[in-house]
Write a protein that binds this ligand. Structure first.
Ligand code: TXA
Ligand code: MG
Length: 352
């Protein structure tokens, strides 16, 4: 791959500099890549209708070519250009949650090359709410493929500095809009099935979607511990969001969890992911507080940052508390278990 000089430009969401947006748009229209913030995580943008541009995304990320990209739009009118059928349920969800952290899957139109959809006949579409993202999408031609802007297998970037760590020398431009709001990737809903199916949990929860549609299912492949039952979103099958250290999620009553972790955390080579409520329970190890249990949004916001920070510190093992609750807890736990390669420990059964 050709080594590029990667420019990082700060951009103020309250006062978006039009010349920076048009520079980004120019690169995208010429088939180049630009990383930009969205409300969920930073995205690595490319013209979604240009197969060669999409190929550059796979190369920069080191992403398997069967893992499709999400196409980002800025306006409802754009949807008809890429989706062959838009069922009533999709209109209802768009009305409720677009622009925002929701991705919907439709049968694709010809205009979307297979190089963008990983060979699938369907296309994933999201309309982000972040004003910088929306300006970049419009300026880049209206259809921007944007996976999370991390190297495949690393935690998604929630800061421009994370993007720089992974993409330096590989892309010409990173727009730095500061920390993202949500910190976990969008909820994905498949609308090509009779009953819509959630393929990836996120900030828009099962309960919120049920509230709009009445009926929705969770992809069984996400819930199953059976390695032969695959999730439907190709990307969900890979070990992902993975820190370099061996991560285990410890479940059970808070007292047992802390006791279990304390028995193993002798030095600073052992990382601990805890919360404000439990911080005082730990004495040794590299302790990082991810947020507060009274507001799980704070945990979502900082999870990937904490995982990347442990990589920097070079810890060898990480023990994390668990977040198994309904609502946003589902998305947090889904990402945490993927990062842990599904290693979970029941502390109430492991008293030594
Ligand atoms: O919040 C987000 O969605 C972020 C920001 C940048 O918008 N993007 C993101 O993209 O998370 P990525 O590529 O990291 O994750 C896309 C996921 C993958 O798991 C992929 O397999 C799935 O969406 N996906 C994309 N198109 C699909 C399709 N047609 N059918 C099923 N799954 C699809
Ligand atoms: Mg990703």
């Amino acid at each position: 791959m050709i080594i590029l000089h990667t420019k990082v430009i700060k951009i103020d969401r309250e006062q978006i500099d039009a010349s920076v947006i048009s520079e980004a748009g120019q690169i995208l229209k010429e088939g180049g890549l630009v990383a930009f913030p969205t409300e969920t995580v930073y995205g690595l943008g490319a013209n979604a209708l240009d197969e060669e541009a999409a190929a550059k995304v796979y190369a920069a990320k080191g992403r398997p070519s069967d893992n499709p990209l999400i196409v980002h739009i800025a306006d409802m009118e754009s949807l008809a250009g890429i989706a062959r059928q838009v069922p009533e349920a999709a209109h209802k969800l768009a009305e409720a949650f677009w622009p925002g952290p929701l991705t919907m899957i439709f049968p694709k139109k010809e205009a979307v090359p297979c190089g963008t959809t990983g060979g699938l006949a369907t296309v994933a579409v999201r309309m982000p709410s972040d004003e910088i993202a929306r300006a970049v999408i419009r300026s880049g031609g209206g259809y921007i493929a944007a996976p999370s802007a991390n190297t495949s297998g690393r935690p998604s970037p929630t800061l421009a500095a994370h993007v720089k760590e992974d993409m330096d020398g590989k892309i010409p431009l990173i727009l730095d809009g500061g920390p993202v709001q949500i910190g976990l990737e969008s909820t994905i809903v498949d609308l090509t099935e009779e009953i819509p199916v959630i393929l990836r949990p996120g900030y828009i929860t099962l309960e919120m979607i049920k509230g709009v549609l009445g009926e929705v299912k969770m992809d069984q492949g996400l819930l199953s511990e059976d390695p032969l039952v695959h999730p439907k979103a190709p990307g969900m099958k890979y070990r992902h969001y993975a820190p370099r250290a061996d991560l285990k999620v410890v479940e059970g009553p808070a007292k047992d969890v802390a006791a279990y972790i304390n028995r193993r955390a002798a030095d600073r080579k052992t990382g601990i992911i805890c919360t404000e409520e439990t911080r005082h329970c730990y004495a040794c190890g590299m302790i990082k507080c991810v947020g507060t249990r009274t507001d799980e949004r704070s945990v979502a916001e900082h999870l990937y940052e904490v995982l990347r920070a442990f990589d920097e510190e070079g810890v060898e093992a990480i023990y994390s508390e668990s977040f198994d609750s309904p609502g946003l807890g589902q998305a947090i736990m889904n990402r945490l278990l993927k990062a842990a390669g599904h290693q979970r420990i029941d502390a109430s059964k492991e008293k030594s």
